[in-house]
Every structure is written in C-alpha cells, then in structure tokens.
Ligand binder design. Sequence first.
Ligand code: SAH
Ligand code: SF4
Length: 394
Amino acid sequence: MSNPQYTELLGLTIQQLTEIAEDLGQPAYRARQLLDGLYRQRWSALEQFTMLPLAFRQRLGESGYSVGLPSIEKKFVSADGTIRYLLGFADGQSVETVWMPDGDGGEAGDGSEDGDAELREQAFSHQHSALSPETRNLKLETSPWRRATICVSSQVGCAVECAFCMTALLGLKRNLSAGEIVGQILAVLNDQQVELQRDRVNLVFMGQGEPFLNYDNFMQAVRLLVEAVGIPESRMTVSTSGIVPRIAAFGAEPVRPKLAVSLNAPNEALRTEIMPITKKWTIEKLMAALREFPLRNRERLTFEYVLLGGVNDGVQHAREMVDLIRGLRAKVNLIALNSGPEIPFATPSDERVLAFQSVLTRAGIPAFVRRPRGRDIYAACGQLKHTTELVQVT
Ligand code: SAH
Ligand code: SF4
C-alpha cells in the first residue's frame, strides 16, 4: 500500500490495525501484537516491536506508518510537585498536559473524584497481604505505590470565549486526533515510569480545549484508554462548558467518564457576561439536559464554579446556585480564580470563598474548594496557554 490512509498508528482500533496487517499480507493476530505494543508497552518507535517480523516492520515504515507518540518539548516543575508538559505533534502544533502527583483526597486539588476512602482501602490491602513482614517491607520499598492525576487536552487552544480563561486567548488552532489525546497520556506515563498495575492514575479531560466540540475523537480516545491502555472509565472525568446536544449523546454512551459542567454563574445574565456561549446554550437548556442525564449507581454530577472576586462570588450568588441545582445528585467544586496576564478578574479572598462554600453545604449540597495545583508554573486550571516566557524552563 503506497498511500496509507493513516500514517500514525496510535489512535487506531483493533479493527483498523487488523485491516493494516491484512493489507500488508500478515495474519490478523499481528494486529493484537501491534495493539499491545502501542497501548500496553507504550513503545515509541517501530524498531521496538521486536515480536513482529523484521520484514513487516520494514513494510510498515515504507508504507508511511509511524507510532505517533508526541514528543516532550518542555517540562515545567512546580514547587508542589505538579509538572506541566509541553507536548509536540508531527505538524509542529503542541498542547499542555499536566501531571499532578499524590492526590490530596481527590475532592480538592486535581479535579478527580475519588477520595480518601479508596486510598485507605489500597493501603490496607498492602499492609494485610499474605507476605511476611520482611517481604512486605521490601515490596513497599522497592515498588512504592503511587497515586496521580493527569489533566489532558482535547484541542489545540479553544474556540469557547470564556472571559476568565487563558486558553481562550489562543483561539482554536485545531482539534486533536484520538491518537494525540491518548498519546499525551502515554507520553506522561512513560516519563513518570508509571506501572498501571501498581500505580493509581486518574484522568481529567480538563486541559486545553472543549472536549465536546471534538466529540468523536474524544470518545474514541476514551474507548482506547479503557479497552487498550487499561484505565477504568470510573477514574476519568470530562469537563464541558455546556455543549447541550452533546450531553444527551454522552449520557447514551456505553463507556464514558464522569461528567463535570463548568457552570461558573447561577443566572443567564451573569453567565452570558463571563461565558458568551450561554447565548447559544442557555442555562435553562443546560439544566434541562442535566436533569435528563442518566447517572449511574452512586454517580454524581460535578459543577465547577470559578470564583471571580466581586463578580460571581457573593453569598447571594451561592443562594441562587442552591435554587438552580436543587434536586440534582451533584456536588460543586469551587475554584478561586487562577490569575494570569490579560485576565481582567481578581482572585477572591479566602473568607469569601469559604462563605460561598458554606451556603452550599448548609443547603445540603456537597461543595469542595479545589486546591490550586502548579500555579507558579501556570499549570493550574485556566492557565494553559504555552506560557514558556513566563516561567523558568527546567
Ligand atoms: N473546556 C472545558 C474543560 C477545560 S477548562 C471546560 O471549560 O469545562 C477546565 C476548568 O478550568 C473549567 O471548569 C473552567 O471553568 C476552569 N477555569 C478556566 N479558567 C480558569 C481560571 N483562570 N482560574 C480557575 N479556573 C479556570
Ligand atoms: Fe475553553 Fe474551557 Fe477555557 Fe472556556 S474554560 S475557554 S471552554 S478551555
């Protein structure tokens, strides 16, 4: 095949890999080997696929196929351990992907939803394994068990013009392919030497871009991550600014992450001011879609609410929030604005954040204040915008 339909193997399904193997005169089981090498072994070059016959590897190369793993262009390390990666793709575009080690109980820092309970369970099973005390200590020392969250981008830039977000300033450059979405995760897992059988990794699709405006590629990436990479869907959360028709489609997916919605304001007028997309998809339509959303057993919706000093952070806004989301099985993540150049808003005081939170919790709505991660390296929510000039490169 001199003119391959795909050039990058990463992002392809078992069916697509089977077609390629068969086109090149190989038995179908070669596709399984390709799948394993791409997604489980996380290899970055065809030369590493040594279980494949050399002639097949060469044919793949000659036919224009490559693995397609993004390259790490830059790495910024925060004082709190967060790492912001600048990952580059074949066409020279790049996105940011953030590694947040040691979740803090899940509710506060990283946007993922799992909490201390599960952490304790894991620690407990380590301690009470059938190993002798000596072996147990050895095991814990040689393979420290880790927990981390990766924040993944879905587009280069973003077309949704939220007034408080630095990614919005980039505009939309292009969608990412499914392989580029999966590739971000694989590149970071490789760099961090993560073993998925040992380490616990959560994914939040909350990086650059609006995942529901790149829906098909995003969902293809999710399926590959679950089925081929082996990360359970229960450890994934996607955040949307409220692309209403996609919410229903997403609810009908057999395999899907948990849903978070960036609400950020409790009424049409205020939300339209800070999120102009509200003109197209009103709060009323958004809430109607969310009331219809088929939550699974024990699943909750998450509302994200960026607090902008003096704009949407008053107790009266909190009371409006209570009225708006009453009756939904939901929790609220409060994020004090992460400031940045050209962002015309202020970060509210801790007192105002806590006052807002307590209105919600007193009304019986679980509300958490998200701890900012990596603010010093512009890795926190809303700060992803290729800010190489603002921090020192490590
Ligand atoms: N586009 C999607 C997902 C990425 S944004 C969405 O908007 O939901 C991830 C989260 O960061 C959103 O909840 C958004 O409201 C929040 N955010 C954006 N800019 C921010 C800022 N400057 N400070 C704090 N949070 C911000
Ligand atoms: Fe896009 Fe989300 Fe930023 Fe809004 S908050 S501009 S939707 S990335």
